[in-house]
Write a protein that binds this ligand. Structure first.
Ligand code: SF4
Length: 615
């Protein structure tokens, strides 16, 4: 039986229920369930920070089993940063614990009348007083709750930044975040500080012997793949070297350049001596997390589980900081306050460029001189953002809104798509990925349709990363594929990045675990992937999103990239790629799914909402 837990904070009530069989069959699980419930239950026009918005937590149908890299948890909601659909993934153990507690879905609705946390044990759910936790940093909250509930408990929580309504606050378990899109801000808006689950390991499989054989096959075959060993040993900081410098895609100085003096000192080899131990998510032998201690310099002694590549980039490229200790401290600060490091670092890079151009002065920054290469103002800005102090109050709203508040033409320096700050890959150097940012349902995100083809992955075909056309089919392939593997909340590092195993193995595992033969068809999982991507698009269309929003910052079309191996590149023909993509998707010229497409995908019920959005 596949079950959901619904918690209404306003009514101080909860109820457990079965997920209807039809939804299980039509949407499989994970991201599919989240999209379906979000579409059905969050009405268009809902204020993301109002009690009417919902937080939908989803763990995958294979979570808590020995299947590798499939125990991540997802949270979907209407984003306060973009006003669109968003989904954000977290790692650690929480996905397994939610499943062992008996639930694949947890829907949080309403708003508590005072700071609260949710406690789940033995199928029972209680809403408890969190007054003593409110205002506390992520690490403190986790320590206090872990002490109270012991080793069998797992916790997710938000930090002070979420309470201050920083629009890109995250939700953390341990050091791992569901980071993007302001999901933590939504959680705090409900006066919800944390969720604690106490659970015993409990896995029921229809065919345990077959499942065991499939996991054995998965582990053996994964270890033979070329990327497995290096990724396991060094983690995601390898991104500085590949693709960062090797493909000229490491964004520097707010996406103006692709290289700086000192970038080579951030190579993954220089992070190796700092590693104290490896850490990972439940049932994933990759253990890509690295607990590091800064060995010398002003930040010596700082220990944190990080940074991952994106955080490393966010606190180096935008400000040209090449101090490994300062970057580690920035990672630690984002964790303590509970913020998405990508949006935070991008917002700081925006401020540095405005300062260089004289649009911001020391009067605006509270005396901070934003000098490239100096990490101290960057670290101060992180704290100012988290506490909404001075200029931090403006940057805490993300670059799109910050530009609106600052004016003076600053919007042309705001590097976002749909309000979501761009991550650490340069769109002009990797144009398939770059245009995926523009077309993604959640805004500028590297993991909605990661385009490994830009760096040499030949599946489904080879791609010229800097070609200005011929990319629409690949972008569709990547979007659909990402959803298909996320129907089981499978980690994208294991699939899109490293290609350790493919969808056919996931299909076999689903049958062995659930006994549902329909899920054994790879084609069916592709079909549901496409369907869910379209459903998420319908959510956005209903909110007023259309072609006008599928665009990159103007800089990508008008300013050639400076430095690196892709020096001089620019995106020349975005409309050709956008038209190619819409055509592949079966969307009209305005980027709205056609009636035929909805019917083909079994989404005909959405036609009544979507018809008026078409051109
Ligand atoms: S690869 Fe890393 S993020 Fe992905 S499941 Fe494994 S440990 Fe977690």
């Amino acid at each position: 039986m596949r079950r959901l837990l619904r918690v209404n904070l306003s009514k101080k009530a909860s109820e457990a229920d079965e997920i209807p069989k039809k939804i299980c069959l039509d949407y499989v699980g994970g991201r599919g369930f989240a999209a379906k419930y979000l579409y059905d239950e969050v009405a268009p026009g809902t204020d993301p920070l109002a009690p009417e918005n919902k937080l939908i937590f989803s763990t995958g149908p294979l979570a808590g089993t020995s299947a590798q890299s499939m125990s991540k948890w997802l949270v979907a909601t209407k984003s306060p940063l973009t006003g669109s659909y968003t989904r954000s993934y977290g790692g650690g153990d929480f996905g397994a614990w939610l499943k062992w507690a008996g639930f694949e879905l947890m829907i949080i609705e309403g708003k508590a009348d005072k700071p609260s946390y949710i406690h789940i044990k033995d199928g029972q759910c209680e809403i408890r007083d969190a007054s003593a936790l409110w205002g506390k940093k992520v690490g403190e909250v986790q320590s206090l709750l872990q002490k109270e509930y012991g080793a069998k408990a797992r916790i997710i929580c938000v930090g002070p930044a979420a309470e201050k309504k920083v629009l890109y606050a995250a939700i953390f378990t341990g050091h791992r975040a569901a980071g993007r899109g302001g999901v933590g801000t939504v959680m705090a808006s409900k006066n919800l500080k944390a969720i604690v689950i106490e659970a015993d390991r409990k896995v029921e499989l229809v065919n345990p012997q077959k499942f065991k054989e499939l996991v054995k096959k998965q582990v053996e075959e994964s270890k033979e793949k070329i990327g497995y060993g290096p990724f396991k040993d060094y983690g995601t900081v390898m991104g500085v070297d590949i693709p960062g410098t090797s493909h000229g895609c490491f964004p520097v100085k707010n996406f103006r350049e692709a290289d700086f003096e000192g970038l080579s000192s951030l190579s993954f080899v220089n992070w190796i001596p700092l590693v104290q131990k490896h850490s990972g998510c439940y049932a994933c032998s990759l253990r890509c997390g690295k607990v590091r201690t800064v060995l010398d310099g002003p930040y010596a002694g700082i220990t944190t589980e990080g940074p991952h590549y994106e955080t490393l980039w966010a606190f180096s490229g935008p400000t040209t900081c090449s101090d490994i200790g300062a970057i580690t401290r920035a990672d630690q600060l984002c964790w303590e306050y509970g913020m998405d490091s990508i949006s935070c670092g991008n917002s700081i890079g925006f401020a540095y460029e405005l300062f260089e151009r004289g649009i911001l002065t020391t009067e605006d920054t509270g005396g901070l001189v934003l000098t490239y290469g100096d990490p101290e103002p960057m670290l101060r800005l992180i704290e100012k953002i988290a506490t909404r102090e001075g200029i931090g109050d403006i940057l805490a709203d993300g670059v799109k809104r910050a530009a609106e508040r600052i004016g003076k033409g600053s919007d042309q320096y705001a590097m976002h798509v749909k309000g979501l700050e761009l991550p650490g890959y340069e769109p002009r150097a990797l144009k398939t990925l770059g245009m995926s940012y523009a077309l993604s349902n959640v805004g500028g995100h590297h993991k909605i349709g990661y385009a490994g083809q830009d760096i040499g992955n030949p599946t489904p075909r080879e791609v010229d990363p800097v070609a200005d056309e011929g990319k629409g089919d690949i972008i569709k392939y990547n979007f659909d594929y990402t959803v298909a593997v996320e129907l089981v909340n499978c980690c994208s590092f294991a699939t899109a990045n490293l290609e350790l195993f493919d969808l056919s193995l996931i299909a076999e595992m689903l049958v062995a675990a659930l006994g549902e033969e329909k899920f054994g068809s790879e084609e069916y999982l592709w079909h549901v992937g496409e369907k869910v991507y379209n459903l998420e698009r319908c959510f956005n269309s209903r909110e007023g999103f259309s072609r006008k929003d599928d665009t990159l910052p103007k800089r990508m079309y008008t300013e050639p990239l400076k430095g690196g191996v892709r020096d001089g590149e620019i995106i020349r023909k975005p409309d050709i790629i956008i038209d190619e993509f819409y055509n592949e998707m079966g969307w009209d010229k305005n980027g709205i799914p056609t009636k035929e497409t909805l019917t083909r995908l079994g989404l005909q019920d959405m036609e009544k909402d979507i018809a008026k959005c078409r051109m």
